[in-house]
Design a protein around this ligand. Structure first.
Ligand code: TQI
Ligand code: CA
Ligand code: ZN
Length: 160
């Protein structure tokens, strides 16, 4: 079953068309799997996600960070933590730049889209689920791809 953060923080009713951006230096090949993850959430919610160039103006700020990156939650190098995201309506989503990121299923590497789906769940207000088939289930092996589950869809629809 899905859960929410304490106090059920969520995006305000006036915020349904969210913008997202990357810092200008971000590699181009990571944008497609992240856009796909956004598209999956858009399909099951009233949210739309639109890319804008201006990183500082975006609702959802997606970046790659390594080790201590100034937010009090340092990454841990290869392995361990893969990414983290802030709860609504902060909008920050950080990938650990020390992981081997790929678009798809590659042994020993981690799928950008799958982790993006999970982290975007946090960005939208979902906490972890007790359902192993949920994208919000807190563990997954490397080299796997996972999609939204029924539990995730029920959870997000019940929140908004
Ligand atoms: N990152 C953790 C996560 O997003 C960060 C975290 C730990 C966290 N405890 C938390 C976030 C409590 C919010 C609340 O869950 S992670 C997976 C999975 C991670 C793990 O790197 O462990 C995915 C990120 F499910 F695959 F194991 C994304 Cl998909
Ligand atoms: Ca790591
Ligand atoms: Zn999580």
């Amino acid at each position: 079953l899905y859960t929410y953060f304490p106090g059920q923080p969520k995006w305000a009713p006036t915020k349904r068309n969210l913008t997202y951006s990357f810092p200008p230096i971000t590699r181009n090949d990571i944008r497609r799997p992240i856009a796909n993850a956004l598209g999956e959430w858009a399909r099951v919610t009233l949210f739309t996600f639109r890319y804008i160039q201006d990183y500082n103006k975006a609702d959802i700020k997606i970046s790659f960070q390594v080790r201590d990156h100034g937010d009090g939650h340092p990454f841990d190098g290869p392995g361990g933590t893969l990414a983290h995201a802030y709860l609504p309506s902060d909008g920050r989503l950080h990938y650990d730049g020390d992981e081997k990121w790929v678009d798809g299923v590659v042994p020993g590497a981690t799928d950008l889209q799958t982790v993006g789906l999970h982290e975007l769940g946090h960005v939208l207000g979902l906490q972890h689920s007790t359902d192993p088939s949920s994208i919000m289930w807190p563990t997954i092996g490397p080299g796997f791809r996972k999609d939204l589950g029924q539990d995730d869809i029920r959870g997000i629809k019940a929140l908004y």
